[in-house]
Design a protein around this ligand. Structure first.
Ligand code: ZN
Length: 130
């Protein structure tokens, strides 16, 4: 589903096309694509657009996300989520949330804990402050 979503990516400036498929705990899957903008800072990543679609549909807990991204016709199996997307994952997902990167032929699997150790969590910060 991430590969299929990637076909709809809007990346006229970088040519870096990304599709994501996010699996909610209730079994629903939400897809997203990166969407660039002539005002570059207005771009949004595929991972976050998938989370936005899911949260808008009422999903709050998630098991895994598959991400297929890269510049070429084939997705690059080593195209990891950016830091902002990792932080968005941390808002809704447990440390054992699974992140799968790949192009169908080659897959790499990580946990959110591996990609974002020592993550920022407001509740922990408040608790740490006493
Ligand atoms: Zn991102």
């Amino acid at each position: 589903m991430a590969l299929a979503a990637r076909e709809q990516a809007y990346a006229p400036y970088s040519g870096y096309r990304v599709g994501a498929a996010l699996l909610a705990e209730d079994g629903r899957v939400f897809t997203g694509v990166n969407m660039e903008n002539g005002s570059y800072g207005a771009a949004i990543c595929a991972e976050r657009s998938a989370f936005a679609a899911a949260v808008g549909a009422g999903a709050r807990r998630f098991k895994a996300i598959a991400v297929a991204g890269g510049r070429g016709a084939e997705a690059d199996p080593s195209a990891p989520p950016c830091g902002i997307c990792r932080q968005v994952m941390a808002e809704f997902c447990a440390p054992d949330f699974i992140v799968i990167l790949g192009n169908g032929a080659a897959l790499r699997r990580y946990t959110l804990e591996e990609l974002l150790p020592l993550r920022f969590e407001l509740e922990e910060q408040e608790n740490a402050g006493g």
